[in-house]
Design a protein around this ligand. Structure first.
Ligand SMILES: NC(=O)C1=CN([C@@H]2O[C@H](COP(=O)(O)OP(=O)(O)OC[C@H]3O[C@@H](n4cnc5c(N)ncnc54)[C@H](OP(=O)(O)O)[C@@H]3O)[C@@H](O)[C@H]2O)C=CC1
Ligand SMILES: CC(=O)[C@@H](O)[C@H](O)COP(=O)(O)O
Ligand SMILES: [Mn+2]
Length: 389
């Protein structure tokens, strides 16, 4: 029996994880959960799963939840310290890190430092703090299992020794697939007028708002490229983005002998989550197997970085190193939020990120605390840029 701490239980990944846990009550027990503001959904989760500890990181939502509950056996906590507390609590052996954005960094890092089995959905953790994060995985003997569909696919397509941290093994290139998002075929002129509603309507995946906008701008692919480099000890040149609009192949590994191994499946996050929960075994996930006679075609193309500048900006930030990826990430989070609130246009997202990156001087990474300060600084800068637009 595995005992689970689920960070970001009220979100899209959280919901898919709960579905898997519910399918296998003999294998998984939910010990602790976190949400931020959605106390109604958390109330339902408590009734369904009866976790022992609940964190609502937003204080007012924690109070409202407490008032709505009459079950005193559940402990309701609030704040960042409480998130870290459940992430490193020895009772849970497995932590699913599914908070969105830099808000998820400290708790996922705490889980790694506690030597947990960590199912990482929060790609921003690796973008911001890749070096520190991966060093901590080694130092504290954590088991890091990527949940992001592409990285999970790469992990599944790598040889066992590579999965255990021994790079080489005849691996030549990683082919990171990208759907291209809802605006794949849009001209530059059409991109000027797209709305938040259009941006969050991903053609293949049902996801939270922030990652959906990132997919539409291709920032998601930029973040994933950085994520892949840290996870699999690669250089940017080792990773090729391949636009594959059907999202059937979730990524591939190309080998020295000419073999290319791909992981395929219907686009449903329950597959990588089930894989992470049961690794190295496999369990039922509720996802229908692919029906090859229903698939019309699988197509592939290059990514267009002139129309989707965010991908190029992410590559630049990673090449510059230091705190620059943290600056990129923070600026992007603010810009996406402003776009979703109709305060800036879609194409302004890249402008805000680019300007923030050039306004803040790069520096060496020292600690997670320093990176959290950089996050605040870059957000302040990005907000000023947004106000001036
Ligand atoms: N959805 C997907 O298919 C995929 C997601 N990912 C990654 O997984 C992560 C989660 O994505 P997704 O589930 O789509 O996102 P959602 O927006 O659906 O859910 C986000 C979760 O984080 C919580 N949260 C939001 N803000 C804060 C905060 N400031 N402090 C603490 N918790 C907070 C939310 O709480 P509440 O709702 O209660 O306010 C919710 O539980 C992201 O990093 C994303 O990039 C990766 C691959 C695929
Ligand atoms: C499901 C998942 O992992 C998302 O990150 C997905 O990859 C988004 O798709 P694109 O960014 O390729 O549009
Ligand atoms: Mn992905």
């Amino acid at each position: 029996m595995k005992t689970i701490c689920l960070l970001g239980a009220t979100g899209s990944i959280g919901t898919s994880t709960l579905d898997i846990i519910e399918r296998h009550p003999e294998k998984y027990q939910l010990h602790s959960v976190s949400g931020h503001k959605n106390w109604q959904k958390m109330h339902e989760i408590i009734q369904r799963f009866q976790p022992k500890v609940v964190v609502m990181s937003d204080e007012q939502s924690a109070l409202t939840l407490k008032e709505a509950m009459n079950d005193s056996t559940v402990e309701v906590l609030t704040g960042e310290d409480a998130l870290i507390q459940i992430a490193k609590d020895p009772i849970a052996d497995t932590v699913v890190a599914a908070i969105v954005g830099s808000a998820g960094l400290q708790s996922s890092y705490a889980a790694v430092c506690a030597g947990k089995r960590v199912l990482l959905a929060n790609k921003e953790s690796l973008v911001i703090s890749g070096q520190l994060f991966m060093s901590a995985v080694k130092k504290y003997g954590a088991t890091l299992l990527p949940v992001d569909s592409e990285h999970n696919a790469i992990f599944q397509s790598l040889p066992f020794d590579y999965q255990q941290g021994k790079s080489g093994q005849g691996v030549k290139k990683i082919l990171l697939t990208a759907s291209g998002g809802p605006f794949l075929k849009f001209s530059q002129q059409q991109l000027e007028n797209v709305t938040p509603e259009q941006a969050v309507a991903h053609p293949n995946w049902s996801m939270g708002q922030k990652i959906s906008v990132d997919s539409a701008s291709l920032m998601n692919k930029g973040l994933e490229l950085i994520e892949a480099c840290w996870l699999f000890d690669l250089k940017v040149e080792d990773v090729q983005v391949v636009v594959h609009p059907q999202s059937i192949i979730h990524s591939m590994v190309s080998y020295a002998d000419g073999s290319v191994i791909a992981q395929m499946g219907n686009p449903d996050m329950r597959t990588p989550i089930a894989y992470g929960l049961s690794y190295p075994e496999r369990i039922e996930s509720g996802v229908e197997p692919l029906d090859f006679f229903q698939i019309n075609q699988l197509t592939f193309d290059q990514a267009d970085e002139s129309r989707f500048e965010c991908l190029a900006l992410a590559k630049q930030a990673f090449a510059q190193g230091g705190i620059m990826p943290a600056i990129l990430n923070a600026a992007n989070e603010e810009a996406v939020d402003a776009f979703l609130n109709n305060n800036i246009a879609f194409l302004d997202i890249a402008k805000v990120v680019k300007q923030t990156m050039s306004n803040i001087k790069n520096d060496e990474v020292v600690s997670i605390d320093q990176l959290m300060q950089v996050d605040v600084l870059a957000r302040t800068e990005a907000i000023n840029i947004i106000k001036g637009m």
